[in-house]
Design a protein around this ligand. Structure first.
Ligand SMILES: Nc1nc2c(ncn2[C@@H]2O[C@H](COP(=O)(O)OP(=O)(O)O)[C@@H](O)[C@H]2O)c(=O)[nH]1
Ligand SMILES: [Mg+2]
Length: 210
């Protein structure tokens, strides 16, 4: 949202420089043991399947990432994308197939748990929420899990174009109220739409400032 954008020329330049870098697919890993340690910071994108993770990552990177991000079979891996040896973007496996309560029992859930608990480079988890649905039960479960392990996360609303502009403040207010129950959540919410290119630059700035 425009009002959250900063016009500080230093931040604008840092943002421009960071996202001018080429982005390359590094690896998809399914075991914590084979996750290489890279010296640069990481941000991870998480959310229900189909929430718009790949689309949003593509939007902030440009089209350079698109070819590899959505390859079938990589859905239960952590996918690492290297942005110019400056930053690693991590595409996490989506959750919420059917309405099964989340139990961290499957192999890939253990992978996620180990990754979130142990990864020193991880600077921020972005938790994506579909504007049409708001927080679902399994989103709340994930948030409690992140609170428990003390993993700082930031809510990004996706597909903001799918609800009316008039509904934006109401959605935000309801979500902000829920966030009061979540100590590891950053209080601010960024509304995004890949369709309308809304919130993309704001998110780039946020990442550059990390
Ligand atoms: N209208 C609209 N559709 C979107 C937006 N972002 C993603 N989508 C659509 O949502 C679907 C799932 O997106 P995808 O990025 O594959 O979700 P992922 O499973 O979380 O990686 C695709 O059909 C996208 O085109 C958006 O901002 N607006
Ligand atoms: Mg995807």
């Amino acid at each position: 949202m425009v009002h959250n954008q900063t016009h500080d020329p230093k931040i604008a330049l840092a943002t421009k420089n960071l996202f001018a870098n080429p982005c390359t697919f590094v690896a998809g890993v399914s075991s914590i043991d084979i996750i290489k340690q890279y010296p640069f910071p990481e941000v991870a994108f998480w959310g229900r399947s189909n929430v718009g993770k790949s689309s949003l990552m593509n939007a902030i990177i440009g089209s350079k990432i698109a070819r590899t991000s959505n390859t079938p079979g990589r859905t239960q891996q952590l996918n690492f994308f290297n942005l110019g040896d400056k930053l690693m973007l991590v595409d996490m496996p989506g959750y919420g197939f059917a309405n099964v309560p989340l139990k961290l029992k499957h192999e890939w859930e253990e992978l996620i748990s180990a990754y979130l608990n142990e990864r020193d480079q991880l600077k921020r988890v972005f938790l994506l929420i579909d504007a049409r649905h708001g927080f679902k039960k399994n989103d709340i479960e994930i948030m409690h899990f992140l609170d428990e392990i003390g993993c700082i996360y930031q809510i990004l609303v996706t597909k903001a174009d799918k609800i009316s502009l008039a509904a934006h403040p109401k959605l935000k207010a309801a979500m902000e109220e829920e966030l009061l129950n979540h100590p590891a959540a950053r209080p601010e919410i960024i509304l995004t739409s890949v369709e309308r290119k809304q919130g993309i630059y704001e998110l780039q700035q946020y990442i550059a400032m990390l």
